[in-house]
Design a protein around this ligand. Structure first.
Ligand SMILES: NC(=O)c1ccc[n+]([C@@H]2O[C@H](COP(=O)([O-])OP(=O)(O)OC[C@H]3O[C@@H](n4cnc5c(N)ncnc54)[C@H](OP(=O)(O)O)[C@@H]3O)[C@@H](O)[C@H]2O)c1
Length: 327
């Protein structure tokens, strides 16, 4: 550790973040908005990277995340590449910390299950940071009057990066479906219930020098009889998110961060406002409340496990070309 230690007021919920990249910065900013909570420590293998974020929050900084676990913290946020999530989260839980892991929880279903087993044995909260579910939850509440969902389309179209970094290394990220498709899977499961079976295929890359698949199309069949499709890519000229749900009595449409619209039979579309705190602030606040025993975690453990089961099943379906049944 280097740098000065912050003196947090008594009863402060002290959080350490493993990672100092994009999501670590977003989570730290969200924590700052919450009362009685402090960003107390940052760990990143490059101490310069840790310094940049730690300076902003007057936090301790560590080049070794294991050392940070000895530092009297209440909670740990894991915001590192996906292949190290399980090891870091399990060590934190075994040190008696509550843990929030950026999604996906891990790159194998076995690791995801093991993480929940350790959380249960440690009597600590383990959360997957599905921040993107918060606006979807509002859509689900507002669309109750439209009857049952029948069909849906959701995409995760991501702008081609200058540097693909670790995202495209399947052994690090888990692959495009597990890394990003799980966001669309979680949203559709929240809206439409449990998935019965999944099919998927990958599209050859048009852009990557090493080829391979970086775009996928998924088809989900739900236990309710409803169905949905997902398209996910890292190779688009711009980032967009489209969500379209056809209910028995109306259609909900959402483009990116724009307000959703709702259209009922024979009527013009009207706006469905989704105002409130940012999704990352809402999600971080919910995790802290769950750690303090003030509310239950959203999404639940059972739903979080299901989102991961569907994502790993879709990855298997894309590799084998076979429909995978989850029942
Ligand atoms: N919820 C969302 O909207 C959303 C959006 C994007 C990403 N994510 C998820 O957020 C997580 C982090 O993604 P990101 O985009 O923030 O990544 P990033 O910007 O690449 O940052 C990763 C951080 O982890 C550290 N790190 C890398 N390898 C490590 C290792 N083996 N052990 C310990 N630390 C390591 C890196 O610094 P050092 O190399 O110095 O250690 C860096 O500080 C991922 O799980 C990703 O799937 C979620």
């Amino acid at each position: 550790m280097t740098g000065a230690k912050t003196s947090d007021p008594p009863h402060t919920f002290r959080v350490g973040i493993i990672g100092a990249g994009l999501m670590a910065g977003e989570r730290a900013a969200a924590l700052r908005e919450l009362s009685g909570v402090a960003v107390s420590a940052i760990a990143s293998r490059s101490i310069e990277r840790a310094d940049r974020l730690a300076d902003e929050y007057a936090a301790e900084r560590y080049a070794d995340w294991r050392q940070m676990l000895e530092a009297g913290l209440d909670g740990i946020i894991v915001a590192t590449p996906n292949h190290v999530h399980a090891e870091q989260a399990i060590a934190a839980l075994e040190h008696g910390k509550h843990v929030l892991v950026e999604y996906p929880l891990a790159i194998t279903m076995g690791d995801v299950e093991r993480m929940f087993e350790v959380a249960e044995a440690s009597n600590r909260v383990l959360a997957a940071g599905f921040n993107t579910l918060y606006p979807v939850r509002k859509i689900a509440e507002r669309a109750r009057c439209l009857g049952r969902p029948i069909l849906a389309y959701h995409d995760g179209i991501n702008q081609r990066p200058d540097d693909y970094g670790w995202y495209l290394k399947e052994s690090v990220s888990g692959g495009m479906i597990v890394l990003w498709g799980i966001e669309q899977i979680a949203s559709l499961c929240h809206l439409m219930g449990r998935v019965r079976s999944v099919s998927a295929f990958g599209t050859d890359s048009f852009f990557r020098p090493d080829g391979g698949h970086d775009s996928y199309t998924l088809a989900l069949a739900f236990e309710s009889g409803a169905s949905a499709s997902i398209q996910v890519t890292i190779n688009a000229p711009a980032t967009v998110r489209t969500l379209r749900i056809v209910y028995e009595d109306g259609i909900v449409d959402r483009q990116g961060g724009h307000p959703a619209t709702i259209q009922m039979a024979g009527q013009e579309p009207t706006q469905l406002h989704l105002e409130g705190p940012s999704p990352t602030t809402a999600d971080t606040s919910n995790w802290i409340a769950a750690c303090r025993g003030h509310s239950s975690r959203f999404p639940s453990r059972e739903d979080t496990l299901h989102f991961h089961q569907v994502a790993f099943a879709a990855r298997q379906a894309a590799v084998t070309g076979q429909t995978v049944s989850l029942s």
